[in-house]
Ligand binder design. Structure first.
Ligand code: CS2
Ligand code: MG
Length: 412
């Protein structure tokens, strides 16, 4: 079997998605997600100009060899654009291999280690009553674990709160929550870490009082604190027993997590912006985190993600694979197959895609009673309807950015 062609498909049903479709000479097809939110076209160019021409004629069964060839032969290693492009090839080849074997992909990864994959959804509100409504609506949809984000008094906008941008009415969004906005320039938001630190413990106190001690609750700090601020927050949230505190501080400086860890027993999750195992080396080896947050889509695919998670398993660190709406249904399916197979599964992020996205991508994975399952179709279980995709051309969209009250740019 040989790779006959590879096409890069860009579509923007509810938001932009980049998909690689590989076709073999005997007619098998495989899909890989290459979506990098707000920088989509950079990955399109990387794939079209520098990867697709190298794939033609290759044996699609040689997944590891192809991965190593793309990673090492470029000479320039790592980075989100490169790793998203390599991920798309890796996932598409796993899809083909599993279809050739006539098995759902998770079977090739070792088979099921559980019956289903616990997922968490995003509840948010500008204030407590709106947040409670959002939590109730998620519980009604079947979610059994919930990420909690709220507005902060004195701030116009806060990460994770759907209503801010939606209320402004110019987002083009048609589903739950997506921070990327269709516009020619990124939207400016405001930020004040001290106001946030003062407010957040009272939010979790209220949520625990209303919803009881059992519901797993998560929170995302979105890289906005210094290590000592993160340590303080982790400590102040301890009474509310969080499942995790995510991205409490930017972790390019991995050693900074030593300080956070010394001060709090709140579990820590990090890694959605990481793209190789090297970004985790100190974090895993020194057990400075509890959950690995990388996306299959941004970390070079299923092959390296499995290696990172196997490494993490030796240190009792579990998975918490990134699954916001900017991961396409193809990237989500890849994550759910891996989640089902690995032993050190923790939780899977899952935000439902919009109707137009579901029209473009037909999926076999299911969400029932809080649990995802990849389904039993051979391969990933996702098909892309090229005609439907063609109805939704690319639209320029950017993630927002933050400024402090004095005008300083801050981490978003
Ligand atoms: C997030 C993302 O899901 C999460 O935890 O932090 O929604 C993130 O903001 C987006 O993926 C950015 O593209
Ligand atoms: Mg996050």
């Amino acid at each position: 079997m040989k790779i006959d062609r590879a096409e890069v498909i860009v579509t923007s049903p509810d938001r932009n998605f980049v998909t690689l479709k590989i076709t073999t000479d005997d007619g098998l097809t495989g899909l890989g997600d290459a979506t990098l939110n707000g920088r989509e076209l950079a990955v399109v160019a990387y794939l079209t100009e520098h990867v697709v021409p190298l794939l033609i004629g290759k044996d699609p069964h040689r997944i590891e060899d192809t991965w190593q060839f793309l990673y090492r032969s470029a000479y320039w290693r790592r980075g989100p654009v490169t790793m998203a492009a390599i991920a798309a090839v890796d996932v598409a080849l796993w899809d083909i291999k599993a279809k050739a074997a006539g098995m759902p992909l998770y079977q090739l990864l070792g088979g099921a280690s559980r019956e289903g994959v616990l997922a968490y959804g995003h509840a948010s509100g500008k204030d407590i009553p709106e947040l409670f409504d959002s939590i109730r609506s998620h519980l009604d949809q079947g979610y059994r674990a919930i990420r909690v984000q709220t507005g902060v008094p004195g701030l116009k906008s806060i990460y994770g709160v759907a209503s801010n941008a939606a209320a402004e009415g110019n987002t083009g969004r048609r589903y739950d929550y997506d921070p990327a906005q269709r516009a020619d320039l990124p939207v400016e938001e405001d930020w004040d870490t001290r106001a946030y630190l003062r407010h957040l413990p009272s939010v979790f106190e209220a949520v625990r009082a209303e919803f009881g001690p059992e519901l797993p609750l998560l929170h995302d700090g979105h890289h906005r604190m210094t290590p000592i601020q993160a340590a303080k927050l982790g400590k102040s949230l301890e009474p509310y027993d969080l499942f995790w505190l995510e991205d409490c501080t930017p972790a390019e400086n991995q050693k900074a997590l030593r300080l956070v860890r010394q001060h709090t027993t709140t579990p820590l999750a990090i890694g959605e912006v990481f793209n190789t195992v090297w970004d985790y080396q100190t974090l895993i080896e020194e057990q400075l985190i509890d959950y690995v947050r990388s996306a299959v889509t941004h970390t070079g695919g299923i092959s390296p993600m499995k290696k990172i998670l196997d490494y993490a398993a030796q240190y009792q660190i579990r998975s918490g694979i990134h699954g916001p709406t900017d991961i396409s249904p193809v990237g989500m399916a890849a994550a759910v197959h891996l989640d089902l197979a690995i032993h050190n599964f923790g939780i899977q992020e899952y935000m439902k895609h919009g109707e137009m996205t579901n029209e473009v991508f037909q999926q076999s994975f299911t969400f029932n009673d809080g649990y995802l399952h990849p389904g039993e179709r051979p391969g990933l279980g996702v098909d892309l309807d090229v005609d439907a995709a063609g109805k939704y051309p690319y639209q320029t969209a950017y993630l927002p950015f933050n400024r402090l009250h004095d005008g300083t740019v801050h981490d978003w």
